[in-house]
Design a protein. Structure first.
Length: 380
């Protein structure tokens, strides 16, 4: 049985689909050349809004015409993908992006102008159909999650909080040693009540599990979340909602390396590839709690001997990544972040969150995190 929340979401999405695509349909019915205008998703069409701390799309649009040899296939495939999604909405289905790949994958047989038999696949690899889903998102202005398209659950959350998912009320403080997997449709979650003062997002699932086992979230009155590495869209949206709707400050804890720091920037300013949705996915007020290079080399968190035992030599890809980040405006405009990146390139060393265990297994939970929050020792 489909929940009322899901039914309402389906109606909203189906109505938005109809309104957006009816112009194209009417042109086809009148025998006119159908045209689709889609926001350009190139690096050149992305701007960083320094005041809002968001990566946003520029104003450049792409015009796709069906009666254009170079664009006809992409145009037709975009409409095919839209029809698959629309049918799923009408039929109370929950397709995954993999389902949509297989459902639309087929071979079209036709004859060319010389009468020769030809075959053309709609698409071959999933990355082709995935791009079409993004085309539909951009064209309709809806997230795929709003279209009830499912993806693999990645993020997890625990805390003193109750939510409604479907027709069920779930107490996130009663998950045993497990955690609630953040569903791929986070906007359908209803926040019932919460007793927390902030949100702590942790890059690594193993560190999240350690903190959960000792009830860190209970002792420190927080909502504890893991992105399990690079965050998926559902986790980013869930964090944004906690910040927007409940007014909870958000702190991010990652490894001390360029990949961990970029994870923070994805939570705060958004990703390059999803600039068109960063206003709904990113949390501009999020703060980087650590681990930073200045924590390692300029502050007294580790003694020289401890530091020597736990730091790791940076790889070439780490160094390359740091140099790339120094060219990004959302890092370049921050004196603190430029200092961290320069320090990393100078030392060519990195450190994992777990390395803080050299101070004792309780150090991270009882000293490092609480003190950094209390003293406001973070980077924005």
């Amino acid at each position: 049985m489909v929940s009322q929340i899901d039914l309402q979401a389906r109606k909203r999405a189906a109505r938005a689909f109809f309104e957006k695509f009816k112009v194209i349909i009417n042109k086809i019915l009148r025998g006119e050349d159908p045209v689709m205008e889609i926001l350009a998703r190139t690096r050149a069409n992305i701007v960083f809004d320094e005041e809002r701390k968001l990566l946003l799309p520029g104003s450049k649009m792409l015009t796709r015409k069906f009666l254009d040899k170079g664009e006809a296939k992409r145009f037709a495939n975009t409409l095919l993908m839209a029809s698959l999604i629309y049918d799923a909405l009408l039929n109370d289905e929950y397709p995954t992006i993999r389902d949509l790949y297989y459902k639309g994958k087929h071979t079209i047989v036709y004859r060319d102008l010389k009468g020769r038999r030809r075959e053309e696949n709609t698409w071959n690899e999933q990355k082709e159909s995935d791009r079409l889903i993004v085309d539909v998102e951009v064209f309709t202005g809806m997230l795929r999650e709003e279209m009830l398209i499912l993806s693999k659950e990645k993020g997890k959350v625990v805390g003193n909080m109750r939510i409604r998912s479907g027709d069920d009320i779930i107490d996130l403080s009663r998950m045993g040693h497990g955690a609630y997997a953040i569903e791929p449709t986070p906007d359908l979650i209803e926040f019932i009540d919460v007793d927390a003062e902030y949100v702590l997002v942790i890059e690594k699932d193993a560190v999240f599990q350690q903190l959960h086992r000792i009830k860190f979230w209970q002792k420190n009155k927080c909502i504890l979340i893991t992105s399990s590495g690079q965050p998926d869209r559902a986790t980013r949206r869930f964090v944004r909602r906690l910040n927007d709707e409940l007014g909870l400050p958000v702190y991010i804890l990652t490894d001390a390396d360029p990949y961990g720091w970029y994870i923070f920037s994805v939570f705060r300013s958004g990703s390059i590839s999803l600039s068109f949705e960063n206003e709904r996915l990113a949390t501009p007020s999020a703060k980087f709690l650590g681990v930073s290079m200045s924590d390692i080399f300029e502050k007294n968190w580790l003694t020289p001997k401890e530091r020597k035992n736990v730091i790791i030599k940076a790889k070439e890809e780490d160094i390359k990544r740091a140099k790339e980040m120094m060219r990004y405006e959302w890092f370049k405009n921050s004196k603190k972040w430029m200092h961290e990146l320069k320090l990393f390139l100078k030392e060519k060393k990195k450190l994992e969150i777990e390395a803080l265990a050299v101070k004792g297994l309780k150090f991270l939970a009882e000293v490092y995190i609480p003190q950094k929050i209390q003293t406001k020792d973070w980077i924005e």
